[in-house]
Write a protein that binds this ligand. Structure first.
Ligand SMILES: [Zn+2]
Length: 62
């Protein structure tokens, strides 16, 4: 009753495995809705300066 804390202690091996697995996972990438470039999610696209289909950063075009 009212027990706070883990019921099953995670062993060192299991904890380390979890961390290793996390490191193995590919970095999450989103596709820019405007130019299709791979970008970090929730970040402004550095290719065209668009975020959430809105131009938020001015990008100099050659
Ligand atoms: Zn873009």
């Amino acid at each position: 009753m009212g027990a706070i804390g883990p019921k099953n202690r995670t062993s060192k091996a299991r904890r380390n495995k979890r961390k290793a697995n996390w490191k193995l996972t590919a970095p999450s990438l989103a596709k820019c809705s405007k130019c299709g470039a791979l970008i970090m999610p929730h970040r402004v696209c550095k290719e065209c300066g668009t975020y959430n289909k809105r131009q938020v950063v001015k990008v100099e075009e050659e």
